[in-house]
Design a protein around this ligand. Structure first.
Ligand code: A2P
Length: 277
């Protein structure tokens, strides 16, 4: 008699769900109860221009990717990718994203796009980066890009936030650029001297209070910085903030005679909406 006892079917190994386009979180830093930044591994094939954004996110409860546009805050030469994000307690993505820890995975679609790029501007003498809140992110990339300093004699970054704590990510970054030896080597000390930083707050006392738009309208910002008002002959600008800010500043720049540019048609200024969940 042959032993006909059936061979027990080996159960298929449980498949660990893998994220499409997964990247690993390498570090997370919380700046305030509303703001955090994090770094992730960079796909080997990902090339981008400083100032561009990508879609990133997590798997939603329905198993589908929940993605939002995020400016890449790290410069294009960095081995990792950095992002700067708001935390919205009932936001579909950031209510969960704010809890990521090193070792976790996020989804990152490696297709960078965006208008806040040097290619969208005509040559000029002075570049203005105008940010509110997390709109600082694309400038965190551009401020660490040697091209920014090669293209201009003067680089002015303005950052308007409600409270002092919300300026900290930007303030620390500027401090790093000015004090880090690696930055001096990469950007050149004489280039770093071109960088001017103009932080303002609107709802908490700080050395400079007020919206940048109001400070420019009154002439105070130009007087503080010791520069002439904006003109299309010399000045170029990139804007990234909340919608009302973008619209108001865009109108102001047009009044100064600047025209909006695009990748296909370089002009005097470009605009991008900061990510909000
Ligand atoms: P304010 O406090 O006067 O509203 P938010 O956190 O809401 O995105 O705002 C970020 C910063 O942008 C705040 O300091 C806010 O000032 C400022 N802001 C909002 N709207 C405008 C605008 N139209 N022009 C200039 N700044 C603005």
């Amino acid at each position: 008699m042959t032993d006909a006892s059936p061979v027990a079917a080996t159960p298929a190994p449980a498949k660990k769900p893998t994220l499409p386009d997964a990247q690993k979180v390498t570090s997370v830093q919380h700046w305030t109860d509303r703001l955090f930044s994090f770094r992730v591994t960079r796909p080997a094939s990902l090339r981008f221009r400083s100032g561009e954004f990508v879609m990133i996110g997590l798997l939603g409860d329905n198993g589908k990717p929940l993605l939002r546009a995020y400016s890449i805050a790290s410069p294009s030469w960095d081995d990792e990718l950095e992002f700067y994000s708001i935390k919205v307690q009932d936001g579909p993505l950031t209510s969960r994203l704010q809890h990521i820890e090193p070792g976790d995975e996020i989804i990152l679609r490696p297709k960078p796009v965006g208008t806040l790029v040097h290619d969208a501007l005509l040559p000029g003498k002075r570049i203005w980066f105008f940010a509110t809140g997390t709109g600082f992110a694309p400038f965190a990339s551009l401020l660490r890009d040697p091209q920014t300093y090669e293209d201009y004699d003067e680089v002015i970054i303005t950052h308007t936030c409600r409270e002092v704590g919300e300026l900290e990510y930007g303030r620390r970054l500027i401090e790093d650029i000015r004090s880090d030896e690696m930055m001096a080597e990469l950007l050149g000390a004489e280039n770093i001297a071109k960088l001017r930083y103009y932080p303002t707050t609107t709802r908490e006392d700080s050395p400079k209070m007020g919206r940048i738009t109001d400070l420019m309208r009154s002439g105070e910002a130009f007087a503080d910085l010791g520069v002439a008002p904006i003109s299309p002959e010399t000045d170029r600008a990139m804007i990234c903030g909340n919608l009302a800010f973008n619209l108001e500043l865009k109108e102001m720049l047009e009044e100064f005679g600047l025209e909006e540019g695009a990748n296909s048609k370089p002009r005097h200024y470009v605009v991008e909406k900061a990510f909000l969940d």
